[in-house]
Design a protein around this ligand. Structure first.
Ligand code: ATP
Length: 338
């Protein structure tokens, strides 16, 4: 008998549940609201960058995801398990680098890692030395592995924390500011580790206050400001929403705007010249059109995209977000989430 009867319609593939999900997450520390109304979703397989200025609530959110901090309100689901009740099931498959990982100052990096490895439920005793050696190698700490943790630089401490997150293959790796204290070479190595994890199908959540870092490594972004998520989604979609402009300096602004509009290129006069929307055109096309129309072009430069501009302002000043920036954000947030 055939396994599929006539007229049977294949059931749609079940949607893959997210690696982590929070609903209405809130944390208040003695009157200070650290995190409020956070609905975060980390899609399985994604590298999600949690971006926000200092004090925006990234670490607190991550600690609540891992069950290290008890939320004042709201829910956390980690690898399908409700936290904190499901911690024993979820946490062995989650590698985490969080501030203050609690290494022993008088033990060497290797000895510290052996202790962490001994507590890994998914690691058999016989495999511990090999797993420790691999993790040290992966983060570039093999040569310094015999030195006491107390003498490690901030960057070396970060590397050791990263090594502890990588001791066993994980379904989900959470890294809180992993490049903090690292030199450019160390930063590149962390990026390579994240890329390797992504290629192996591991979901990664990485917090940062640096847009460039998130842009270089992430497929998705969640922007936090003052304890709330103000935008989240695929990086490409968010960047597109803040499309680029070209700033052209010319003494003949009116003629330039007309020439471009004749070619259906949207442009408008601004104090230093004209601003051209590059959504449907390119910089060379704009310049060619102006030159053909006999418009003298003194200078052409690309403006930062709305999103870059916004991220920069977020990282430059934690308290002041201009209304215009909030308007930009409003366009990035799905209406039903506002
Ligand atoms: N244990 C605590 N007790 C009191 N207040 C806290 C505590 N932890 C965090 N906060 C406060 O909560 C807010 C959010 O802090 P959090 O560390 O989560 O932000 P962050 O985005 O990770 O910042 P950073 O990039 O500086 O690490 C800040 O105002 C901080 O001072």
């Amino acid at each position: 008998m055939s396994g599929v009867s006539e007229g049977t319609v294949a059931a749609p593939a079940a949607a893959v549940p997210p690696a982590a999900r929070t609903r209405g997450l809130r944390k208040v520390y003695r009157g200070t609201v650290a995190v409020d109304s956070v609905d975060l979703e980390v899609p399985t397989g994604a590298v999600l960058g949690m971006l926000g200025p200092n004090g925006s609530g990234k670490t607190t959110t991550i600690r609540m995801l891992l069950g290290l901090v008890t939320p004042t309100a709201g829910e956390v689901e980690l690898l399908g398990q409700k936290m904190p009740d499901g911690a024993a099931l979820a946490l062995p498959e989650v590698g985490a680098l969080v501030e203050g990982p609690g290494f022993h100052p008088f033990l060497s990096g290797r000895e510290n890692l052996m202790r962490v490895a001994a507590a890994e439920p998914l690691l058999a005793s016989a495999r511990i030395p090999g797993a420790v050696a691999d993790a040290l190698e992966r983060v570039g700490l093999t040569r310094a592995a015999g030195r006491r943790y107390r003498g490690y630089s901030l960057g070396m401490k970060q590397r050791l924390g990263l090594a502890s997150a990588l001791l066993v293959p994980r379904r989900f790796v959470i890294l809180d500011e992993p490049t903090n204290g690292l030199d450019p070479a160390g930063t590149r190595e962390v990026r390579a580790v994240i890329a390797d994890l992504h290629a192996a199908g591991t979901t990664v959540l990485v917090s940062s206050h640096l847009l460039a870092e998130v842009e270089a490594t992430c497929t998705h972004v969640a922007v936090l400001n003052q304890g709330t998520v103000v935008a989240q989604g695929e990086l490409a979609a968010l960047l597109e929403a803040g499309s680029a402009n070209l700033l052209v300096t010319t003494p003949e602004v009116t003629r330039a705007v007309e020439a471009l509009r004749d070619h259906r290129i949207p442009a408008r006069a601004v104090p230093d010249g004209l601003r051209v929307d590059l959504t449907a055109t390119t910089a060379p096309q704009v310049v060619e059109t102006l030159v053909h129309a006999g418009v003298p072009v003194h200078e052409v430069r690309r403006q930062r995209t709305g999103l870059e501009d916004l991220f920069a302002r977020l990282t430059e000043d934690t308290n002041v977000i201009e209304d215009a920036a909030l308007d930009d954000l409003a366009t990035l947030i799905p209406e039903d989430a506002r």
